[in-house]
Design a binder for this molecule. Structure first.
Ligand code: GLN
Length: 187
């Protein structure tokens, strides 16, 4: 059984656990450095990236997670998790700084704080449910980065080798196809 960690400092943690268990994976809550041992992959959930950053510092998790990403541990960042992974964040200091993308926070304006759409993602499937909550988007990608989905002219899902990042929350829907893509083709 694949052992998948979920960074459990803040944000949409429980929903990822439920989806992973439904996909027959073991879900491990990561709150301390010791929880990172022997994982097959790590999920960085949505929430609030500035709060998560403070907690990553407090629990001394930033450097260990960044080392694991550099060593090739598969990681999937959703929404705030994508912001944590990005090498560059417009107007902010980067956090883990491992995924070769430039990200901008809160890209969808205040009046549409939250909305759900259906995305056609050629490598994964059609009409995949995606929930956007004060979502970031990917402004540009480095060489060799696969752009997997765009919405409204903006990149919302991309893959940098063993790192996957999306603007939205797949775990807040009942559609597990993106997580399934991660655990079956990247882990
Ligand atoms: N706006 C949040 C941030 O900048 C991300 C929102 C989310 O994860 N739903 O961290």
């Amino acid at each position: 059984m694949k052992k998948i960690g979920i960074l459990a400092l803040q944000g949409a943690v429980r929903e990822h656990v439920q989806m992973l268990e439904a996909l027959s994976c073991e879900a491990v809550l990561v709150k301390h450095v010791k929880d990172l041992a022997e994982l097959d992959a790590l999920i960085l959930p949505g929430g609030e990236s500035t709060t998560m950053r403070k907690l990553l510092n407090r629990y001394e998790l930033l450097a260990p997670i960044s080392v694991l990403a550099q060593q090739g541990l598969p990681m999937f960042g959703t929404c705030a998790g994508l912001i944590l992974l990005a090498k560059e964040v417009i107007d902010y200091e980067p956090h883990l700084g491992v995924m070769d993308v430039v990200v901008e926070r809160n890209s969808y304006g205040r009046q549409v704080d939250s909305f759900e759409i259906k995305l056609d993602i050629p490598t994964i499937g059609d009409a995949i449910s995606a929930v956007f909550i004060r979502a970031p988007h990917i402004v540009s990608v480095g060489k060799g980065i696969e752009i997997l989905a765009q919405y409204d002219g903006k990149i919302v899902l991309a893959r940098d080798g063993h790192l996957l990042g999306c603007s939205f929350h797949p775990e807040l829907t009942t559609d597990s196809r993106i997580l399934e893509y991660f655990v079956t083709s990247m882990v």
